[in-house]
Design a protein around this ligand. Structure first.
Ligand code: PMP
Length: 450
C-alpha cells in the first residue's frame, strides 16, 4: 500500500540525513524490516522473507531463551568484569568446553600450549585487535601476516589486516609496515588450482607462505602472528585447500610466530560437522577470535588462547573492557550455548546445509552461470561465473539475481572481491522446507521465469 511505501521512503530519507556515505545499506530500494522470527524477516508491509544473511542471529531471530536470560539478568545485576561473579567463570568454562580435546591440551612436541584462557570483549573487531596485540606482546615482535582478500574488522589494527579490495579499494597499497600480505589459498581461481583431493595445491600455497616468512626474517621483520579465517568467509565460504592450514601453522611456528584463527564468521557450529572451522583441517591455532553468534545479536566478542599468551598483555599494561564479559552478556552467552545444544542446531546446520548444497549443485547442472558451490554446513557460497573455464565473474548478474530473489521472498546477498558469490549464511534454524524454497526460487530466477 502507498502509505506503507511512504513510510519506508521517509525512513530512507532520515537515514540519508544522518548516516555517512561509507555506511552502506543493502538493495537499491531497501525494504523496512520490522520484525524477525527464527530464519524469517518481516517488513512493514507484512511481507515475509527467508533470511539467508543473518549469521549473527545463529539461533534465529527473536529467540525467547535469549530474551528471557537478558531480561532476568539485567534486573538482578549488571556490572563490569572486575568483580567476582559466577556468570563470568561459568561462561568462560562453557566456551572452553566447546574446543576439541586436542586444543585443550598442549601439543606432545611442546610447540603449542593448551587453549585454556578466555578474554571477553564486545565485537569481532575488538577480538581481532586484541588477538593481534597478544601475538605481538607474547613474541616481542611486530610483524603480522594476513591473507589477501580478507576482512577482519574496522578498528585500526583489525582494519590493518583487512586486505579485501571490496571493503577498501586501496587495501594492498596502504598497509602499515607491520602487516605483510600473503597469497590467498583459493584453489578455484587463485595462483595454484586443483581438485578437492589434490594435496599439492595446499602444499604449494603453504610453501609460498614459507618463502614469505623467510624473506621477512632476512629483512629483520620476524613474524609475530599469522591471521586467517579457517574457511575463507569473505571469499564466499571457500574451503582452504586440504593440508594448507596445518602446513601453514607449522611454518609460522617454526619461524617463531603464533597462529590466529579468525572464527568470527565460520565458528560456533555453523560448519555443521564441527563446532569450530579449524577443526575440519586438524590444525590447532594459538589464538581464536570469536564474536557474531556468541550473543545472537547481543554485542559480544572474545579471544581464546593460552594462559602464557594472555599473560603477556601484562607487559603492556592492563586489559579491561567496561562491558566485555559483564554478567548480562555472560548470561546471554550461556543461553546461546544452551539453545545450541538443546535445539541441535549444529546438527541441523550439517543436515540442512548438505541438502542446500546438493540443491545448488543440481542447479549447476542446468544453469551454466552456476560455478563452484563453496563451503559446508550453513556457510555456503554459490559462485556465479560467465565462463567456468576462465571463471569470469558474473558480478552484474549476481546483483540482479539478489534483487529478483528478494521479489520472490528470499534475502541473499553477494560477497567476495568480485561480488559474484551468493553468500548463504542463514540462522541455523533453517528448515529443509525453507532450504528447498530457496533453491526453487533461485532456479526460477535463473530460468528467467519468475
Ligand atoms: N572477522 C571476521 C572474519 C568478520 O567477518 C568480521 C565481521 N564481518 C569481523 C572480524 C569483525 O566483527 P565485528 O563486525 O563484530 O566488529
Amino acid at each position: 500500500p502507498a502509505a506503507q511505501r511512504d513510510e519506508s521512503g521517509d525512513e530512507q530519507a532520515r537515514r540519508e540525513r544522518i548516516f555517512a556515505s561509507a555506511q552502506e545499506r543493502y538493495y537499491e530500494q531497501p525494504m523496512q524490516i520490522e520484525r524477525g522470527w527464527r530464519h524469517h524477516l518481516v517488513d512493514t508491509t507484512a511481507r515475509a522473507y527467508v533470511d539467508m544473511v543473518n549469521n549473527v542471529t545463529g539461533l534465529g531471530h527473536g529467540h525467547p531463551g535469549v530474551a528471557d536470560a537478558a531480561n532476568r539478568q539485567i534486573r538482578i545485576l549488571n556490572t563490569n568484569s572486575r568483580f567476582l561473579y559466577r556468570e563470568l567463570a561459568e561462561y568462560s568454562e562453557r566456551l572452553l568446553a566447546t574446543l576439541p580435546d586436542a586444543a585443550r591440551t598442549p601439543s606432545p612436541d611442546g610447540g603449542r600450549e593448551a587453549l585454556d584462557t578466555v578474554l571477553l570483549v564486545n565485537s569481532g573487531s575488538e577480538a581481532v585487535d586484541l588477538a593481534l596485540r597478544l601475538a605481538q606482546a607474547a613474541t616481542a615482535r611486530r610483524t603480522i601476516v594476513a591473507l589477501r582478500e580478507a576482512y577482519h574488522g574496522w578498528t585500526m589494527a583489525s582494519d590493518a589486516v583487512t586486505t579485501s579490495a571490496y571493503d577498501n579499494p586501496w587495501a594492498l597499497e596502504n598497509r602499515p609496515d607491520w602487516v605483510h600480505v600473503a597469497d590467498v589459498p583459493n584453489r578455484f581461481r587463485g595462483t595454484h588450482r586443483g581438485e578437492a583431493g589434490d594435496l599439492s595445491v595446499g602444499r604449494r600455497y603453504a610453501a609460498d607462505l614459507g618463502d614469505d616468512l623467510d624473506r621477512l626474517a632476512v629483512e629483520g621483520r620476524d613474524v609475530a602472528g599469522f591471521i586467517c579465517e579457517s574457511v575463507l568467509g569473505n571469499a564466499g565460504g571457500v574451503l582452504l585447500p586440504e593440508g594448507y592450514l596445518a602446513d601453514a601453522y607449522a611454518r609460522v611456528r617454526a619461524a617463531g610466530g603464533l597462529c590466529i584463527a579468525d572464527e568470527v564468521q565460520v565458528g560456533f557450529g555453523r560448519m555443521g560437522a564441527s563446532f569450530w572451522g579449524f577443526e575440519r583441517s586438524g590444525a590447532i591455532p594459538d589464538l581464536v577470535t570469536i564474536a557474531k553468534p556468541m550473543g545472537n545479536g547481543f554485542p559480544m566478542g572474545g579471544v581464546i588462547t593460552s594462559k602464557r599468551i594472555a599473560d603477556a598483555l601484562a607487559t603492556q599494561g592492563q586489559f579491561f573492557s567496561s562491558a566485555g564479559g559483564n554478567p548480562l552478556s555472560c548470561r546471554v552467552g550461556i543461553a546461546v550455548l544452551d539453545a545450541m545444544r538443546d535445539e541441535g542446531l549444529q546438527e541441523n546446520a550439517r543436515v540442512v546445509g548438505e541438502r542446500l548444497a546438493e540443491g545448488f549443485r543440481a542447479l549447476a547442472e542446468r544453469h551454466p552461470i552456476v560455478g563452484p558451490v563453496h563451503g559446508e554446513g550453513l556457510y555456503l557460497g554459490v559462485e556465479l561465473v560467465r565462463d567456468r573455464g576462465t571463471m569470469e565473474p558474473a558480478t552484474a548478474e549476481a546483483a540482479a539475481v539478489c534483487e529478483r530473489l528478494r521479489e520472490l521472498g528470499v534475502i541473499v546477498l553477494t560477497t567476495s572481491e568480485r561480488s559474484n558469490v551468493l553468500k548463504v549464511k542463514p540462522p541455523l534454524t533453517l528448515t529443509a522446507e525453507s532450504a528447498d524454497f530457496v533453491v526453487d526460487a533461485l532456479d526460477r530466477v535463473l530460468s528467467g521465469g519468475w
